[in-house]
Design a protein around this ligand. Structure first.
Ligand SMILES: Cc1cc2nc3c(=O)[nH]c(=O)nc-3n(C[C@H](O)[C@H](O)[C@H](O)COP(=O)(O)OP(=O)(O)OC[C@H]3O[C@@H](n4cnc5c(N)ncnc54)[C@H](O)[C@@H]3O)c2cc1C
Length: 115
């Protein structure tokens, strides 16, 4: 899988260096990228493939919300659209085995702060 984004460039470089120094560790980094478009910004975690089923959960239509990408009963990717500090929570959700139905996902992110 070819990933042309900053996070991958850093993580893969670090891992390649470790393995050249003898670590012999697998590369398990889940792809992540971000960008800003004028006053909108997003962070994208995992596999954002338009062939997957998408579940949109907007707080504010097309301006703030989360889009989940579903495949084989699992969350394969998460688009955080003007929703911040949820990348690790998205990674945890993608790691969950499920199975997930579209109706299970509304309100899953952003994760509520722990009391
Ligand atoms: C306009 C633009 C916007 C982007 N925006 C985003 C973004 O919003 N979010 C995001 O996640 N990613 C973004 N990216 C992608 C991200 O910048 C790249 O994926 C990342 O920089 C790749 O890093 P790299 O180290 O693999 O390659 P590079 O940064 O391309 O580094 C390769 C280096 O190798 C050098 N080099 C090449 N050939 C040789 C040679 N024969 N000998 C010696 N040196 C050589 C080059 O000069 C270069 O310095 C953007 C890219 C562009 C171009």
């Amino acid at each position: 899988m070819r990933v042309e984004h900053e996070d991958n460039a850093k993580a893969m470089g670090r891992q390649a260096g470790r393995n050249m120094a003898g670590a012999e560790e697998p590369y398990r980094q889940l792809p992540f990228f971000y960008s800003d478009l004028f006053d909108l910004g997003y962070e994208a975690v995992g596999e954002l493939d338009s062939r997957l089923q998408t579940v949109e959960d907007w707080t504010e239509e097309n301006r703030k919300g989360v889009v989940y990408y579903l495949g084989g009963g699992r969350v394969r990717g998460v688009l955080l659209w003007n929703v911040w500090e949820q990348v690790d929570a998205a990674r945890r959700l993608i790691a969950e085995p499920g199975p997930f139905q579209p109706g299970d996902l509304a309100g899953r992110l952003p994760e509520k702060e722990q009391p």
